[in-house]
Each structure stands twice: as C-alpha cells, then as structure tokens.
Design a protein around this ligand. Sequence first.
Ligand code: HEM
Length: 459
Amino acid sequence: MKLTRREALAGALAAALGGAGIYELVDRLGGSPPQRANVTTLPPEQHVLEGLEVIQDSGIDVLVPPLHHQLVTARIRAGDLREAQRELDGALGYLERRYQPTPAGLGITMGWGLPYFREHVAAAWRTHAPRDRRARSLALLEARRFPSDPADTVLEQNDIAVLLRSDSTDHIADAARALFHDLRIFEVSSIRKGFVGGGLGRGPSLPKKVALAAGVSGADLIPDKSQLFLGFTSTQRAGMGPRRIANFETLGYVDLGPSQYFRHGTSMHVSHIFEDLEAWYLNFDFRERVLTAFRPGISVTFDTVTIRQDPRDVSTDAQVKRQFRDTGRIGHSASIQTTSRLPRDHVAEDGTVYEKGTAIPVRADFNTLDNPFAWSADPLRDGMQASPAAGVHFVVFNPTSDDFHRNRLAMDGVLPDGTRLPLPARARGQGFNAVLRTTHRQNFLVPPRRHRSFPLAEL
Ligand code: HEM
C-alpha cells in the first residue's frame, strides 16, 4: 500500500530521530569511549556537563568532549501550554533519573527562540526578559548575517533547539524518541548529528576515519592525530570558558530584573558551517594553516595539532592590527580573542575570581557529515543533499547574543574598538573563513534547569 507524503515524512523523521545512519560508523570506528567520573547531582545550569575528562597533548590540557552530538530544532504544536509544560517536565525527569549529567550518561540542553517568547508568552516576556546592559538590548537577539556570510545564509525562526550529548548513540536515540516521538507537542523542523573525538594519540583520529569511510573528498589529507576535520585541537582547557562564566549573572553583563527568573541561564548560538577540506589542505601548507588558525608570526614544530592558548598567549586589538599591517592577514583565534577573553580580573558575586585572559565562550561545536542536516521538514529551503559533506554544527554558550556577535564580528576583522580591517569576505587573509560557508543561524535563550520546560508559561 503506497504511503501518503505525511506518512513517508513521519517514517523518515522517526528513522532520523532514532537511527544513527552514517554515524554508526562513529561507534564502529571510534572504539570505546574514555572512562568518565560518576556524578549524580544535577547542576542548576542546563549547559554545564559534568565529568569532562582532561588529558594532555603536547603538554597542554585538553578537554575530552562527549563523542556523539544531536541537535533537534522544532516549532511548538501544542495548544494548552501548561499541559505541554507538565508533559515535557515529566519526560525530562524520566531522562534525568535514567542518565547522569555526564558524557557517559546524557547531556540535555533546551534553548528557546525569540518566536516562542514573542508568540506564546509575550506578556511575561515583556516583564522577565533578561537585558544586556552593555549592548542596551535584550540578552536574546535575532540572528544576523556577518560580513563573511554568504547572502543566502538562512536566519532561522525555530521555537526550540535541543542539544543532546553523550558517548552513547543509544542514550541520544532514547532521549530523541522520548522528547520528539512519544510526546506530541513539537513539530520537528530539523535534526543535526555529529561527533567529536579520538585522535590526540588516543588511537586514530575519528574525524579522519569517518570522513574516509564516507568518501568525503580531502579526507585523506586530515592529520591522523587531529581532533577535528581542519586539523587542530579546539578544546584546549584555556580556550574554553570555565564552568559558570557564560551564566547570565556571572560577569554582570545582564540585568535579570526583580524576579531573577533566568538566573543560571545563558544564551546559545547555533549555526551550520560547510568546510572545504581540499581547499584547506591543498591551498594552505602546514605553516600557513597554523598562522591562519592561530596568529601570524607563530611557529610550531611540523605536524603539531595542539597549540597553547593560555592567558599569556592572548592577542590584543593592537597586536591584531599590527599583525594585519605587517602580514595582511588575521588569525582565527587571535582575532576572536580580542572579544572572547576577559580584559581584566573579575570577581563574580559568588566570590569566584576570573583572571584577566580567561576565556568566556563555552563552545560545544561538533563535526558533521550532514549536508546540511541529517533530516529537514523543508528540504528545499534547507538545501538538503544526500551526499555526505564535511562541516561543523557550531554551538556556543555566551553571556548574551551580543557577546557572541562580537566574537563572530572579530573573526571577520571587525574589532571591538570599531576598527574594520580591510579584508574582503572570505579572503585568504581572513583566518579560516576562506574555506568556510555558513548555511544556517539562530540565537536561543537557555533557561536554568528549573525553568527549562516552556519557560514563563506558568506565570
Ligand atoms: C568551522 C569552523 C571552525 C573551526 C574548525 C574552529 C577551530 C578553532 C580552533 C582550532 C581554535 C583554537 C583552539 C582554541 O583556542 O581553543 C578555535 C578557537 C576559537 N574559535 Fe573557532 N573554529 C571554527 C569556527 C568558529 C566560529 C564560527 C566561531 C564563532 C565566533 C569560533 C569561535 C572560537 C572561539 C571563541 C575560540 C577561542 C578563542 C580564544 O579565546 O582563545 N570558531 N576555533
């Protein structure tokens, strides 16, 4: 009996939610995940994952992220918001009793988009919306296109994005089924899948093996030890924001209002980026790849994949301008560091001292072979292709959307003091951008765990 279009789509959706598809390769090729700490208490934050292991590479501390990642975006289908809130809370409670908040268990982070706050809880949002003191705006902003983005980058309007992270594809499939198949409150718009890991002397690099097995062009050029497709480690501990730094309340960027409703919350940016592996490895030799990814003038031993990014290595606006004047180029990390590192020591209200040069953004990005998604409710709009393509689902937690916008502008040579370095979009001198193409973007607000289900609906 011939399936209707709706039945076919529903079938494909269920398959995409559960099955790992091409990502089964990750388990088969990735070997056993690392031992993880045992943690039972749930942090008040949704975006903080416990039990992240720290290893050393080239004498540098590197965080070991979870192996598997899945991000599901959706619009709300529900009529009765309070009922939906109870149902979702129930499903999340079931998952949190079943899995520890560690890579060995499952990390669940729910981010809510501006369409949800404007269309479903508008009055409460006007009262409780967190405000960005520095940008004099809401802490949650509409996504925008950046100078190096192509004109067709889609600025998305989802109500929700759910990030699932674990060393086990089964745990992720269980959660995706519980939230998006068993519950009937969301209309899924896309499913995005990927992985991070391996390499760094702990067995062959997973990105390389998976890209090779999937027949992605340029895969054979990826360094054996590399944690990521583009050949360099990007989870040095010093380059990642420490535990609570991206919380709304920590750095004082955000006015949470009298109710403090969103305390322990944060903002999340989600984008999909294609990576042209052949252009990167054939047009840039090793020396140029290092100074493009990090900063002009840096030199390291051939084939190094992990490069120190401690506070003493951080570049200032003046240094980035001088590097550009002398070489006509900017480095990915150096240019971003003009906005992603603390300009001076900061003592948070809980007494934690964050030293000058401490990183602020907490990145959770992962490599993918999605083209550009594993599944889309609107394949035409999303430009879905069947063949695997190298890329990144870029996910990052910042204190505010504007804080992320400052990082991303600096990546294009637009520095925080307003200087616009004269670099054409995606020019060879503009860091990684020459081999990247961003297809989709959206900003989300990640409420604290106690308000993660349909925030403000109870008010
Ligand atoms: C697909 C592309 C990308 C790749 C392969 C990539 C890779 C890297 C690498 C290797 C580093 C240096 C390691 C480190 O300092 O931790 C880094 C740093 C960083 N990247 Fe990217 N990145 C990509 C895209 C982006 C985008 C789109 C952003 C958005 C702003 C971004 C933000 C950052 C930040 C905030 C840092 C840390 C800078 C610091 O404070 O030291 N990256 N990235």
